[in-house]
Structures are given as structure tokens and as C-alpha cells.
Design a protein around this ligand. Structure first.
Ligand SMILES: CC/C=C\C/C=C\CCCC/C=C/C(=O)SCCNC(=O)CCNC(=O)[C@H](O)C(C)(C)COP(=O)(O)OP(=O)(O)OC[C@H]1O[C@@H](n2cnc3c(N)ncnc32)[C@H](O)[C@@H]1OP(=O)(O)O
Length: 303
């Protein structure tokens, strides 16, 4: 049933784009699903900047994958390696995640990684997405998200893995798991992360509608924990971190693990089937066509 529904993607994508185009800038005419070019960030510049304050034991990880911090395979690989290094460094007890790109925390999974790629490559990509989630969700460190821009889909997932979320109070920003609006389905571990964050009923509504929330709405449902003016986001995150690090590590870590272990164990025991499921879903022709349309529309709305 879920698959059949997801195949009705054209309508979902079009309605999403017309909903989110700013200032009446609607999609005009017919959009070709074929994308011959796409500006990619092939730069070898680091995609993650890590600033470690040794005295405080806190690192700020700045996501810098222009233009919108989409989660590509390269980005995820570099991110996981940077996080693993911090995890192994006993002097680092806390991480603040933020974006170096204007207006966007993360645009979520890089759609180009799911479009026109071989099943092998899609599988490799999905394993990296799982790895990012596993590393963040099970981290022993305190992780605080300083969400200084929009954070749809995979960007919202990344934020939800953190222990505390501070968002810039700007009504132009949005956050949520909007997958159904793209005609795709948030996997069970995305769903469970959201249930663990905002509860079952709110998740049921949010996921079926593919709802993107303004910062105020996100605060109302508990998807974020605090709103601050954008220029205060890092100082607030740093102050919040001090409070969290005042709790003895071992007690906080055991408590965190107790809360999250069932969800982590579930993905760990289903990793391979989850990859197969993703690959078989994403490589289907109707899903590919829809992703192509969506990408074309993302570009078209600029012109
Ligand atoms: C039964 C089921 C079993 C298994 C399930 C299987 C699979 C499904 C699971 C898949 C889960 C998916 C999770 C995801 O994260 S999908 C990605 C969803 N993301 C979005 O919808 C966001 C799209 N982007 C935006 O809304 C805006 O870009 C944003 C972030 C608000 C920023 O707006 P703005 O600053 O105006 O920037 P532009 O829109 O102009 O974008 C600039 C540039 O970036 C390109 N781009 C944007 N987002 C993405 C992306 N996610 N991936 C790749 N590229 C992206 C955009 O096209 C522009 O490109 P250009 O070349 O024109 O510069």
C-alpha cells in the first residue's frame, strides 16, 4: 500500500513545490524530468569544519557543503570520519552542530545521490546515511543542534539525533520530515526518531502530511527545544552545553542509551534488509521520474 501510494508522486511533488515557492513564484508550464546538468559541489575543500575548544571540551562542527549542505555520499563519509575522531578523543565531551551556509542548516539527503544511480551506488549511499544516523544517535558526547536555517527531511533527521535543538527564530525557515510530499516514504528509523522526539500522534500527522513546520510551530510540538535570534544561536548553544556537561558523563550516557537503544538495536538488526528495501524502492521507474521532476522544479523556481 505504501509503495502504491508513493508511486502517485507527480501530484505530491507538484503540490509541494507550489506550496513552498515563495511570493507567488509558481511553477510555470511543463517541466522536463530530464536533467542534463546539475551544479555539483565537487570541490576538495573540507565539507566539515571542526573547531575544538580544549578548555571547554567542546567542538563546533560546521557543515559547509555548498550550496545547501545536502547529504551526499562524500559529505556523509567525511562527516562520519570527523565525528568518529571526536568520539575517540576523550577530551571532547560535547559537539555543537551548525551550518556555514546562509539560510539552510541542511537540505536533507542529496537527491542527486538517489537519481540515475546504479543499485550498487544507491546501496553504498544508504549505508552511509545509516552510519551517520547510528553515529549521531548513539554518541556518548552531548550533541546540540544550532539550527541556523531550513532543515527539511534528512536535515530534520540529523537535528533530531541531537540531544537538544536550538533554532533561529526566523519565520522563513522550516523543519520537518517532508518525504511524503516528495512521494517517498520516511523509513522506520526516521519515523521512530521522530516518535522519540515529539510522540506518536504528532508524528503520525507530521509524517502522513509531510509537514514542514515554522520555528514557532516546531517549538510548539517539541520538534525544537528553544528559539533564539539567529545572531545568538552559538552563544546560546554554548551556554546550554555548559549546563549539560555539568551532569556526570556516565550517568547521562547510560540514561541516553536507555532511551535510544531499542531504536538503535532495531536498525542494527535490520541494516541489510533496510538497504535492500531502499535500493529496490528508489530505483523504481516511477520514483526516479518523480525525483527527476522534483529536481527540475527546484531549479526552475529560481528562473
Ligand atoms: C517503503 C519505503 C521503504 C524505504 C524507503 C526508501 C526510500 C525513501 C527514503 C528517502 C528519505 C529521504 C530523505 C531526504 O532528505 S530527501 C531530500 C528532501 N529535501 C528537500 O525536499 C529539500 C529541497 N530543497 C529545498 O527545499 C531548498 O533547496 C532549501 C533547502 C529550502 C533551500 O532553498 P534555497 O536557499 O532557495 O536554495 P535552492 O532551492 O535555490 O537550492 C540551491 C541549489 O541546491 C539544490 N538542492 C536543494 N536541495 C537539494 C537536495 N536535497 N539535494 C540535491 N540538491 C539540492 C537546488 O536544486 C539548487 O541547485 P542549482 O543547481 O539550481 O543551484
Amino acid at each position: 500500500m505504501a509503495l502504491r501510494g508513493a508511486f502517485r508522486t507527480r501530484c505530491g511533488l507538484l503540490s509541494l513545490l507550489s506550496q513552498r515557492l515563495p511570493h507567488g513564484n509558481h511553477v510555470r508550464g511543463c517541466v522536463s524530468p530530464f536533467l542534463s546538468t546539475h551544479r555539483r559541489n565537487n570541490s576538495t575543500a573540507p565539507k566539515i569544519k571542526v573547531d575544538f575548544d580544549q578548555t571547554a571540551g567542546v567542538s563546533i562542527m560546521t557543515l559547509q557543503n555548498p550550496p545547501v549542505n545536502s547529504l551526499s555520499l562524500d559529505f556523509l563519509t567525511e562527516f562520519c570520519s570527523a565525528l568518529e575522531k571526536l568520539e575517540m578523543d576523550k577530551s571532547c565531551r560535547g559537539v555543537i552542530l551548525t551550518s556555514g551556509q546562509p539560510k539552510v542548516f541542511s537540505a536533507g539527503l542529496d537527491i542527486m545521490e538517489m537519481y540515475g544511480k546504479s543499485p550498487e551506488r544507491c546501496g553504498e549511499f544508504w549505508r552511509a546515511v545509516q552510519e551517520m544516523w547510528l553515529k549521531l544517535y548513539s554518541s556518548n558526547m552531548v550533541i546540540i543542534a544550532a539550527i541556523n536555517g531550513s532543515s527539511p527531511a534528512g536535515g530534520c533527521l540529523m537535528s533530531m539525533t541531537c540531544d537538544y535543538r536550538i533554532m533561529a527564530d526566523n519565520p522563513r525557515y522550516s523543519i520537518g520530515l517532508n518525504e511524503t510530499q516528495l512521494g517517498i516514504v520516511a523509513p522506520f528509523w526516521f519515523k521512530e526518531t521522530m516518535v522519540n522526539t515529539v510522540g506518536h500522534r504528532t508524528t503520525e500527522i507530521a509524517l502522513q502530511l509531510g509537514q514542514l513546520y515554522s520555528p514557532t510551530e516546531a517549538l510548539d510540538i517539541g520538534l525544537v527545544d528553544k528559539l533564539v535570534p539567529e545572531d545568538q544561536i552559538i552563544t546560546t548553544a554554548t551556554q546550554t552545553m555548559t549546563k549539560w556537561l555539568a551532569v556526570p558523563d556516565h550517568a547521562r550516557q547510560i540514561t541516553k542509551s536507555m532511551m535510544r537503544k531499542p531504536t538503535i538495536d532495531k536498525l542494527m538488526s535490520k541494516r541489510e534488509p533496510d538497504i535492500q528495501n531502499f535500493v529496490s524502492f528508489i530505483t523504481k521507474d516511477p520514483i526516479q521520474k518523480s525525483l527527476g521532476l522534483y529536481l527540475a522544479m527546484l531549479k526552475k523556481r529560481k528562473s
